[in-house]
Design a protein around this ligand. Structure first.
Ligand SMILES: [Zn+2]
Length: 338
């Protein structure tokens, strides 16, 4: 059973000792502070702290107070028990996952828990990096994380990915019905859900329009293989899905048809989408690697000589490393569904 995709993600748990040590140091330091800012709170949550145990005898900046208001948080004495005593609040505190049959109150509490805030902050952070690297334009691009067997957190529609706030995130079920969130979910989450259903290993999905990769999608050309080790190791062959109107079931089906054997796909006249079995950071890395690769191939193609490629034997060496890293690739006989 899926318990916590974020904590299961090796990108976020390099060394347990290191993490716990820093968590203790950070929590101690925030307890000693006289003025707590929004940044302090974000750092606290990133380090696994619990805002419900923050002291009352300190000052909070206005932005920190606004942030805490989103949790229905009230300052309590240092020795007080965490606020709230309903069963649903208890389940949010203990990390018990609500199911489709859970009450709306229970789902709301869970969605507003510190654990879910970490997922929301990760999505905001990745969105900002996408925007800064010009991978998305206007309100383009979307990100999702499967946070339980029944639910997915995703980005809202009509919002720049560079300036998203945690409170704008949406919770949807696997049919795309929005369960929580004041902003409307992106229509393209339907494609994300189709990918997750077809590829149960997909725990996070990133979609954006990086210009060089999208240029290949517009030209209808699959990026070449056997050029750069990073591309082969982390991604491999990138297939093209035919154009359909974004957000429609047909678009989702065409992409879903490819995710059994490919973790990154180009959508003709649209952009790129990637799924990860590790987490949102890994899904985003695939966008960086693909875009860097397509840019390099494009620049190298201007130099007037045929591009050099690695040999079949050299490719096999990379595929062996890929296998040891646990990264699926149909060329090494990995069944992506296992
Ligand atoms: Zn798009």
């Amino acid at each position: 059973m899926i318990t916590n995709y974020f904590l299961a993600n090796p990108c976020y748990q390099p060394k347990v000792y290191h993490k716990l040590r820093w968590r203790a140091i950070y929590f101690f330091s925030i307890q000693m502070k006289q003025l707590i800012s929004l940044r302090d709170l974000e750092e606290l949550l990133r380090n696994g702290g619990d805002i419900r145990s923050l002291p009352e005898d300190v000052l909070y900046t206005p932005s920190a107070r606004d942030f805490l208001r989103g949790f229905d948080w009230k300052p309590t004495s240092k020795s007080a028990a965490p606020s709230g005593n309903s069963d649903s609040t208890k389940s949010a505190q203990t990390g018990k996952l609500p199911a489709l049959a859970s009450s709306q109150e229970e789902i709301n509490d869970w969605f507003n828990s510190p654990e879910m805030l970490v997922h929301k902050l990760v999505i905001c952070d990745i969105g900002r990096r996408m925007w800064e690297r010009a991978y998305c334009d206007g309100n383009g691009g979307n990100i999702s994380i499967r946070v339980s067997p029944d639910f997915v957190i995703c980005t809202p529609t009509m919002v720049s990915k560079g300036f998203m706030k945690p409170e704008q995130m949406c919770l949807v079920d696997m049919e795309g019905n929005q369960k929580v969130g004041t902003s409307k979910r992106t229509s393209e989450v339907l494609m994300h859900l189709q990918i997750m259903k077809r590829q149960p290993r997909a725990v996070a999905i990133a979609h954006c329009h990086p210009p060089h990769a999208t240029a290949f999608a517009v030209a209808g050309i699959e990026p070449p293989t056997c050029i750069l080790p990073e591309q082969e190791l982390m991604i491999g062959k990138v297939p093209l899905a035919a154009y359909r109107t974004p957000g429609t079931p047909e678009m989702g089906r065409l992409v879903a048809d490819l995710v059994e054997h490919h973790n990154t796909i180009l959508m003709c006249n649209h952009g790129a989408v990637s799924w990860s079995h590790l987490g949102a950071e890994d899904a985003y890395w695939k966008m960086e690697i693909l875009e860097s690769f397509c840019r390099t191939v494009w620049v190298a193609s201007q130099l007037g000589v045929p591009l050099k490629t690695m040999t079949g034997e050299q490719l096999q060496d990379l595929l062996k490393i890929k296998q040891t890293l646990g990264i699926p690739d149909p060329r090494i006989g990995h069944q992506m569904l296992t």
